[in-house]
Design a protein around this ligand. Structure first.
Ligand SMILES: Cc1cc2nc3c(=O)[nH]c(=O)nc-3n(C[C@H](O)[C@H](O)[C@H](O)COP(=O)(O)OP(=O)(O)OC[C@H]3O[C@@H](n4cnc5c(N)ncnc54)[C@H](O)[C@@H]3O)c2cc1C
Length: 491
């Protein structure tokens, strides 16, 4: 008889773990509190518009493909994606506009033309980012750093020998200052700290690997928008025979000594041989397995930032905008001080505009656009969000009008707002943080919760709040670690 696994949560990490364990011969059930899978990778329909409500940037698609290939099916029977020619269009307050082309030659030429930055500086920087990735990826991304046995492989020991080369002792901003002459380029590459909800002035420069993912490996986009990824994984789970319970919050666990015997839902109790939590680990120890000391330890590290998102159905089109657009703050350091020290949104925030209707026919009616307008927001510590939303909206509209020389107020036909409390409530993410702990500080990677419990033999953790962290690629890498551990009967 197959051993039974319960996965709590149908986020990307939960679904990827469920798929791999099913392929490895387990009988898997997934319990999801919401009426749709995907967790933070969500979508909404509003009037004639569709909006992705979570991730918008898709890197390392091969990690998604691998799930399908391992299941013996062709990924393209489930979803299609293509590489973008341009990852983003960047706007600065002085009127400079830089297009980040995927073609390195084209990008370096564009940058030289707009900022006088010599192309070789970008090449040197991107080569270095790649070399940091080559040293760190196996060690930190695809292995459990909490398990000495997994760490002590030949490859990992080699990587540890090269530790001095991974720029762990300076911040991303300090490193980028050394590579680039132009403040605009420093800001452009500092921005990647926000890809895991961190502060470029404090995150180790090791995280310049994110620039490698985007600039060397490329940014991709699925047909139908980002939610197509969640849909594809959901369909694969169904086809593999995973039992999926939507609208089924897990309310408790049944324990017996050093084992978890099963889960408790609104429909009763069910027995399992293994339990994998895809919940935010803080809330897991608050609600499912209350543990005061554990919580105290978990809450110490600084949390990643959250987001304030306005989904706007816009009358008319704006040819000056691309699929992904950034309007940079003129006070970048001040913006991160506001977010992490004062827990506020800066009055001149960096504004991100993602318009999926540029790529997906049907996401907006003809002659209109769906704007997902996001600013970095602090984690929810009980601020007056109504007031913060009002003030941020005014500042965002002013900034867009100023930088794009337009008047958008009259063009906003419909509006749906997501603030940190809404993200917290919808996905049960502690304080609405997008990526669990922040990566601010040299030892942040070691402060993440491990993928397995030290107390319970058959309890595992997957998803953005545990090792190796948040973002689609890391959640998928973490799912691989958990599936392998269970399948090899390792703990
Ligand atoms: C606004 C925003 C923008 C982002 N942008 C990007 C981006 O551009 N690129 C990128 O790579 N990443 C991005 N991310 C991060 C990325 O979306 C997440 O890291 C990733 O989707 C998290 O997946 P997860 O496996 O941790 O699960 P989550 O998405 O956190 O899902 C957990 C699931 O568990 C369910 N759940 C919780 N508790 C229970 C319970 N007790 N019982 C049953 N179900 C439960 C929840 O309802 C939820 O569905 C973004 C996130 C957000 C919110």
């Amino acid at each position: 008889m197959k051993e039974k696994v319960a996965v709590i949560g149908a986020g990307i990490g939960g679904m990827a773990t469920a798929i791999q364990l099913t392929v490895n011969g387990y009988d898997v059930s997934v319990f999801e509190k919401n009426d749709q899978p995907g967790g933070k990778m969500g979508q909404i329909f509003y009037g004639p518009y569709r909006f992705d409500t979570g991730p918008s940037v898709f890197t390392m698609p091969e990690l998604v493909d691998r799930l399908f290939i391992r299941a013996g099916v062709n990924p393209s029977d489930y979803y299609h994606y293509s590489k973008l020619d341009q990852s983003c269009r960047y706007f600065y307050e002085d009127g400079t506009c830089i297009d980040a082309y995927s073609d390195e030659e084209k990008f370096t030429r564009e940058v030289e033309e707009k900022t006088d930055e010599p192309p070789e500086n970008i090449r040197t920087f991107l080569d270095k980012s790649q070399s940091i990735y080559d040293v760190t990826a196996d060690l930190f991304m695809f292995n459990s750093i909490h398990d000495p046995q997994a760490l002590l492989t030949k490859n990992n020991l080699k990587a540890l020998l090269h530790f001095g080369r991974i720029d762990a002792f300076k911040t991303m901003h300090q490193a980028n200052r050394k590579y680039f002459q132009s403040d605009k380029l420093v800001q452009l590459f500092d921005r990647y700290a926000t890809y895991n909800g961190s502060d470029p002035y404090r995150i180790p420069a090791t995280f310049n690997i994110i620039s490698h993912l985007e600039h060397n490996m490329g940014v991709y986009y699925p047909d139908g928008g980002i939610y197509a990824i969640a849909n594809a994984m959901y369909r694969l789970m169904q086809d593999l025979g995973v039992t999926i319970y939507l609208n089924h919050p897990v309310r408790g666990l049944i324990t017996e000594g050093k084992n978890i015997r099963g889960v408790v839902t609104g429909s009763g109790e069910a027995s399992f041989d293994y339990v994998v939590s895809n919940m935010d680990v803080n809330l897991f120890y608050e609600h499912l397995l209350p543990d005061h000391w554990k919580l105290k330890k978990l809450r110490k590290p600084e949390k990643s930032s959250s987001a304030l998102i306005f989904c706007w159905g816009m009358d008319g089109t704006n040819p000056g905008l691309k699929l992904h657009n950034i309007l940079f703050s003129n006070d970048y350091q001040g913006e991160f001080e506001s977010l992490f020290r004062h827990k506020k949104i800066h009055p001149d925030p960096t504004v991100y505009i993602y318009i999926s209707s540029r790529a997906v026919e049907g996401d907006a009616p003809r002659g209109k656009e769906n704007w997902y307008v996001m600013v970095n927001a602090p984690e929810n510590t009980g601020q007056d969000w109504e007031e913060m939303r009002r003030e941020a909206r005014r500042n965002i509209v002013d900034k867009i009008n100023r930088v794009l020389e337009t008047d958008i107020q009259k063009k906003i036909e419909v509006e749906q707002v997501y603030d940190p409390p809404a993200i917290e409530q919808h996905t049960w993410s502690y304080h609405g943080s997008l990526y669990g702990n922040s990566s601010n500080g040299m030892f942040a990677a070691f402060n993440r919760h491990s993928n397995f419990s030290r107390k319970y033999k058959n309890l595992y953790f997957t998803g953005g709040s545990v090792h190796p962290g948040g973002g689609i690629p890391l959640c998928l890498a973490g799912a691989g670690i958990v599936a392998e551990k269970i399948s090899k009967n390792e703990h």
